[in-house]
Design a protein around this ligand. Structure first.
Ligand code: NAD
Ligand code: GLY
Length: 363
């Protein structure tokens, strides 16, 4: 894919369908937003890091469509994905007289995107919103598919709603300013799609990892496009995670436990997912679902991407017990039984339980 030619992928959900536009220079072009609903006001939600980089560019583009473009700048960080921060969005909406036609724009990574989506889902029982993801992680995963929400001290993403955006704008140019650690975190979610759904993509990632780490525009463009295609295929079949969509949580059961157990923001979400995929692959191997060679292959790739491959210690007294307790709170758990996304042969995922004793051996 030529990174200069915008590509469009459609999320096919009947009357809630929407386009994901991927390309270079999109964020600051008024044309990008031409088909959105008209309104007297737009509200850009961003954070104090991204505001300095991209807020004025987006604002400038939106002013040609909306008479008033308002903004709210949230504190940056996973530790701020809370009720208190969410309330700052409602304060801005209500304090500035926004109505049910006001369009919200999420400008930033997954934290801003998830919170803005949840605010859009609940303000006046639902207003339109647009995702303008500026991290690799958000472009390949979080901005697409309508999962929105906030964390609770006891569990990750525990409060939220399914609520689809009107449009997703993936401007690849924004990836140039991303810190290296954040680029690696995004690669975790790119890698995820290979083992669960597309072995040819896993081969491509292995061959192009160095190019992506060097921010080669064509390599990043292909990674975003293929990831969004796979996610669109999954979400189009199972929007509300009745079954299939759970495969997108490969690595997340362990990963969410790591994030909550260490304290939000200690490890990046993508780092926890990278390590979580290694643990889930190891569990798959011990259950006889996949061979050791595949675990080694995946572990090597995750390490090459600059991600941790060893689970951190969450408790000095009973580390495995702490992992198990945190994972029992996972949204996939049923009647206290943890359900893991496991690799059932390369390129295919399955959701099932595993004996606690086996989980204890690997944590
Ligand atoms: P993030 O939103 O915290 O962004 C990472 C960091 O990069 C932040 O400090 C941010 O300010 C900064 N940043 C953003 N864009 C930048 C840019 N272009 N240049 C420089 N700095 C930039 O983290 P994230 O990794 O984007 O998202 C993680 C969040 O996404 C987690 O809360 C996770 O639960 C959520 N998530 C949601 C879904 C979903 O389906 N809704 C899927 C995956 C992850
Ligand atoms: N990131 C997992 C999902 O969207 O279902």
């Amino acid at each position: 894919m030529n990174s200069h030619t915008p590509q469009t992928i459609t999320i096919d959900l009947a009357d809630r369908s929407y386009p994901i536009v991927i390309g270079s220079g999109l964020l600051g072009q008024p044309q990008t937003y031409a088909d959105l609903p008209n309104a007297s006001r737009a509200l850009i939600v961003t954070n104090n890091t991204v505001a300095l980089l991209y807020l004025q560019r987006l604002r400038g583009a939106l002013l040609s469509k909306y008479p008033q473009v308002l903004e709210v700048v949230l504190p940056d960080g996973e530790q701020h994905k809370t009720w208190q921060t969410l309330n700052l969005i409602f304060d801005a909406l209500l304090g500035q007289g926004c109505d049910r036609k006001t369009v919200l724009f999420a400008l930033g990574g997954g934290v801003v995107g998830d919170m803005t989506g949840f605010a859009a889902a609940s303000f006046m029982r639902g207003v339109p919103f647009v995702q303008v993801p500026t991290t690799l992680l958000a472009q390949v995963d979080s901005s697409v598919g309508g999962k929105t929400g906030i964390n609770h001290p006891l569990g990750k993403n525990m409060i939220g709603a399914f609520y689809q955006p009107q449009l997703v704008v993936c401007d690849l140019d924004t990836l140039r300013t991303l810190p290296p650690r954040e680029l690696s975190a995004g690669l975790a979610e790119v890698i995820k799609y290979g083992p669960i759904a597309d072995l040819a993509f896993l081969d491509w990632i292995e061959a192009n990892l160095d190019a992506m780490l060097a921010r080669d525009p064509a390599a990043l463009a292909h990674a975003v496009k293929r990831s969004c295609e796979i996610k669109a295929w999954v979400v189009g079949q199972d929007e509300r995670e009745a079954g299939l969509r759970a495969i997108l949580n490969f690595g997340h059961t362990f990963g969410h436990a790591i994030e909550a157990g260490l304290g939000y923001g200690e490890w990046l979400h993508g780092e926890a997912v990278g390590c979580g995929m290694v643990l889930a692959a190891e569990l798959s191997c011990r259950l006889g679902l996949v061979d050791r060679a595949f675990v080694k292959r995946l572990t090597a790739l995750i390490a090459r991407a600059g991600l941790p491959v060893r689970g951190p210690q969450l408790s000095a007294e009973d580390n495995a017990g702490r992992y198990l307790a945190l994972m029992r709170l996972d949204k996939k758990a049923e009647a206290g039984e943890i359900r893991f996304v496991l690799i059932d042969g390369p390129g295919r995922a399955v959701v099932r339980a595993a004996p606690d004793s086996m989980v204890r051996e690997i944590t």
